[in-house]
Write a protein that binds this ligand. Structure first.
Ligand SMILES: C[S@@+](CC[C@H](N)C(=O)[O-])C[C@H]1O[C@@H](n2cnc3c(N)ncnc32)[C@H](O)[C@@H]1O
Length: 338
């Protein structure tokens, strides 16, 4: 994070566009630094987080949010579809916590809140579930034995909202790139087959407040199979990345990428060099715990080898240069910035 934020802040931007905002951690850090941020992501749960952490102005929403969360936190549990699906049929939450989450979600829907206040309440609920869930982080599967934290009561906390306004959209990155302009744009796309919607499907259901058809041991939403991202397929990843790159309107770009992605780093450097001068920062990063533990079958037997404990994350900073300089650079040094 500090490296990403430093890279984004280097040109002293007044505005920033985060096209793949996910948790909105980056947008939140930029907002704290005084930048007006626009966060975009195509999943509903990420849009909720973006409306809370980037768009909502704490000066307007802190007090109503505190009152609302106190009321929601006092609600007794009311079990229904969510509790049956995620505490009985699968084991994401313990039944008492699932029933409380369900009652809170139903009350938020019934109140027809202003979008920012609703997003703050939903973020508080998502984060409260996250603190007492029985996973190792992702919602691909739940632990065979309840995680110790699952025994803690679900409690709502006020998210760390910040003073100032921002914007949040729920669009495909290429559409957001076309529509909005900023001094700096941050691109952190998925780089392999792992679908964020599949990994955080329970958050998506909490964000949408629906009762979808589900499948598999993790009770994933059936639409995880249809709502895919072009970035999650080897065959479409490069073309989609180019489509975004061609559309994005910002003087500077900061791009995060891993050395384990579908797009090779030399090819990525080549693509980025078509936009300007490329500088590269590489960071060693601990991998997701599942990679380090190895792969187990449903009987709990180890069937695969653990992967390396670390991978390299690469941060590319692309500064726009004139078309003439770009042509000259391409002749002299095809892969700039190493
Ligand atoms: C690597 S994560 C971003 C993580 C984020 N920087 C953070 O700090 O949490 C990639 C994000 O891209 C989103 N995404 C995937 N395909 C997308 C698309 N075509 N358009 C917009 N967002 C997309 C996913 O929902 C996911 O949140």
């Amino acid at each position: 994070m500090p490296q990403i934020v430093r890279a984004l802040m280097a040109g002293a931007p007044r505005t920033a566009l985060d096209l793949f905002s996910g948790t909105s951690r980056v947008g939140h850090a930029l907002k704290r630094a005084g930048v007006r941020v626009h966060a975009n992501d195509h999943n509903a749960y990420a849009w909720v987080l973006a409306r809370c952490y980037v768009a909502a102005d704490a000066r307007r929403w802190r007090e109503p949010a505190q009152r609302l969360l106190a009321e929601l936190d006092a609600l007794p549990g009311r079990g229904g579809w969510f509790t049956e699906t995620y505490a009985v049929r699968s084991r994401y939450l313990k039944p008492g916590n699932a029933a409380r989450a369900e009652a809170i979600r139903a009350r938020i829907a019934a109140l027809s809140l202003k979008p920012e206040l609703e997003a703050i309440a939903l973020t508080a609920l998502i984060e409260a579930c996250d603190r007492v869930d029985s996973t190792v982080g992702l919602q691909m599967a739940y632990l065979k034995d309840w995680a110790a934290r699952a025994n803690q009561p679900l409690r709502l906390r006020l998210p760390e909202i910040l003073d100032g306004e921002g914007a949040a959209t729920c669009l495909e990155a290429r559409q957001a790139a076309e529509r909005f302009e900023a001094d700096v744009a941050y691109l952190d796309p998925p780089y392999n087959q792992h679908s964020y919607l599949g990994n955080y499907h329970v958050w998506e259901t909490l964000a949408r407040g629906d009762e979808p058809e589900v499948y598999g041991v993790a009770c994933k939403r059936a639409d995880v199979r249809e709502r895919t991202s072009a970035f999650n397929r080897r065959a479409t990843m490069e073309a989609e990345f180019i489509a975004v790159l061609e559309r994005v309107r910002a003087k500077r770009l900061v791009v995060s990428f891993s050395d384990e992605g579908y797009l090779s780093l030399p090819r990525l450097r080549e693509l980025l060099a078509t936009r300007g001068r490329v500088r590269e920062i590489s960071v060693e990063h601990p991998r997701y715990i599942g990679h380090r533990l190895g792969i187990y079958n449903l009987r709990g037997e180890k069937v695969g080898k653990p992967g390396p404990a670390k991978n390299r994350e690469h941060l590319f900073v692309v500064e726009r240069v004139s078309a003439k300089t770009r042509r000259r650079n391409r002749k002299v040094e095809p892969a700039l910035g190493r």
